[in-house]
Design a protein around this ligand. Structure first.
Ligand SMILES: Nc1ncnc2c1ncn2[C@@H]1O[C@H](COP(=O)(O)OP(=O)(O)OP(=O)(O)O)[C@@H](O)[C@H]1O
Ligand SMILES: [Mg+2]
Length: 262
């Protein structure tokens, strides 16, 4: 059996006396292209888990492996180079840059050529330039942003900005993409569109790990769902299994804004 793509083993995170994550186990298995969601009420520890997976927080204990190699405590940049990327938040958008320029910029952060070669325009860097702009165009097409490639970010509606954030994450050519609440603040049409595009990205060979409160979207898109509650994992399964899980229903009872759509 091949090694899992991503694995969290007994991961714990303490903030002072608070257990934000307690003994979390999570496995993203082959084949690539699956969509796996992490759900749970506010403060359950979802973002904390994502930050640890992507290297923005160090676990108090436990181990994280990417393609069987331990990445626990590595910098986000190194982890990105190994193929796991957390999406840029919309706050990193530059109003005067076009969609294409955003993806190119994200590409440059991950380019192979050494900085000096880029500065002096040596052949390898020029080759990179062409290859990267083709790749940026390809990513914009995949995200259905081709028509607004030359539009400045300040003219793009919220729904498209969110897709642009995802496009920037894809510029690193990750095998695993972590999306933290990618559909928050989108209207139903924008959400449907973004969900369909997320599926397309997964089908293109990127495994997606998703934190999302929109249960309709989660149920529609996920191959598997993990449920966190007060820092602990209380359930894992297919959308259908999760929908019927008594512990999950209990955890969500009384949370009108976070209905499971039962
Ligand atoms: N840097 C920090 N220092 C101290 N406590 C923190 C820190 N980050 C998160 N916490 C706490 O850890 C717990 C889990 O937070 P986290 O942000 O992971 O929850 P979440 O599931 O992403 O919630 P939400 O759905 O609201 O985004 C919360 O009680 C939060 O207040
Ligand atoms: Mg969060």
């Amino acid at each position: 059996m091949s090694a899992p793509i991503l694995e969290a083993r007994h991961v714990t995170k303490r903030f002072g006396g608070l257990m934000a994550n307690e003994d979390i186990n999570l496995t993203l298995t082959a084949p690539v292209g699956q969509v796996v969601s992490v759900i749970g009420p506010n403060g359950a520890g979802k973002s904390t888990l994502f930050k640890m997976l992507a290297g923005y927080l160090k676990p108090s204990s436990g181990q994280i492996l990417l393609h069987g190699q331990t990445i626990t405590g590595m910098s986000p940049h190194r982890i990105a180079r190994l193929g796991l990327v957390r999406t840029f938040q919309e706050t990193t958008v530059f109003p005067d840059l076009t969609a294409m320029e955003h993806v190119s910029l994200a590409h440059q952060l991950h380019r192979e050529a050494h900085d000096l070669e880029v500065i002096f325009g040596l052949p390898r860097a020029r080759g990179d330039e062409i290859r990267l702009s083709e790749s940026a165009r390809e990513i914009l097409e995949l995200m259905e942003l081709g028509a607004v490639a030359d539009t400045e970010a300040r003219h793009l509606p919220q729904g498209l900005l969110r897709l642009l954030g995802m496009a920037m994450g894809l510029a690193a050519r990750p095998q695993v993409l972590l999306l933290d609440e990618p559909y928050a603040g989108l209207n139903p049409d924008e959400t449907t569109r973004a969900v369909n595009i997320t599926r397309k990205v997964a089908a293109s060979g990127v495994s997606i790990l998703l934190v999302e409160h929109d249960m309709k979207a989660v149920m529609a898109i996920s191959d598997r769902i993990h449920v966190l509650y007060f820092g602990k994992k209380i359930a894992e399964g297919t959308p259908e299994e999760i929908r019927l899980d008594p512990a999950v229903i209990e955890a969500y009872l009384g949370k009108e804004d976070e209905e499971l759509g039962l």
